[in-house]
Design a protein around this ligand. Structure first.
Ligand code: 5GP
Length: 193
């Protein structure tokens, strides 16, 4: 795979949806809100692997509050791109969250099924609070009325890659978010690489 940038997308990427600068500026705005909202409180950021790795790293560095970081990995059973809401924990948190203020950091929320399960699971552990920051939100999440305290961007119903998001594990390392050409999507989703 050739290295691509925002001006030369190569043959597999179709269109830039969020530039590196747009993402950086929006995360800085949200970090300022979080700094104000959680002032004087003990905040734990919980990143959902692998997709949230980029937003977690950039948000954490944009905050002025002292925070701690933990990660969970979950797998959602479902066919293809649709999640089912039936979730298995692949990696749990390292620390107890009892009595703590938890902010779940998510890359993208589509149906919100995975997130709803995750929030309910975390709430059952007696934290002081659980809120969610999703960098990107798809229209179905709006219809489902998924409660997100902070949202970076509302995107149309299209499959996107980059900034942590993959297609068959590729493109996570792009610093921007883009759509794939239909041909590339079909080829990668079919496992042809
Ligand atoms: P949900 O349970 O909200 O339907 O699914 C959320 C998960 O589906 C996200 O964490 C992400 O892993 C995946 N997902 C949803 N939309 C996209 C997309 O446009 N691109 C990629 N690469 N993954 C997506």
């Amino acid at each position: 795979m050739t290295l691509v940038d925002e001006t030369d997308l190569g043959t597999d990427l179709d269109r830039v949806v969020l530039t590196e600068k747009e993402i950086r500026d929006r995360i800085a705005e949200i970090a300022a809100q979080i700094d104000a909202d959680y002032r004087g409180r003990d905040l734990l950021l919980v990143g959902v692997l692998k997709g949230a790795m980029m937003v977690m790293a950039d948000l954490a560095r944009s905050l002025h509050l002292p925070v701690t970081l933990d990660f969970m990995a979950v797998s959602s059973y479902g066919s293809g791109r649709r999640s089912s809401g039936v979730v298995r924990i692949l990696k749990d948190l390292d620390e107890s969250i009892e009595g703590r203020h938890v902010l779940v950091v998510e890359d993208i929320v589509d149906s919100g099924l995975t997130l709803s399960w995750l929030v309910a699971n975390l709430r059952s552990r007696a934290p002081a609070s659980v809120e969610v920051f999703a960098l990107m939100r798809k229209p179905d999440a709006l219809v489902q009325d998924i409660e997100l305290r902070y949202v970076g961007f509302d995107l149309p119903r299209e499959f996107v890659v980059g900034y942590g998001l993959d297609c068959a594990e590729r493109y996570r390392n792009l610093p921007f978010v883009a759509t794939l050409t239909p041909q590339a999507y079909r080829r990668l989703a079919a496992g042809a690489g």
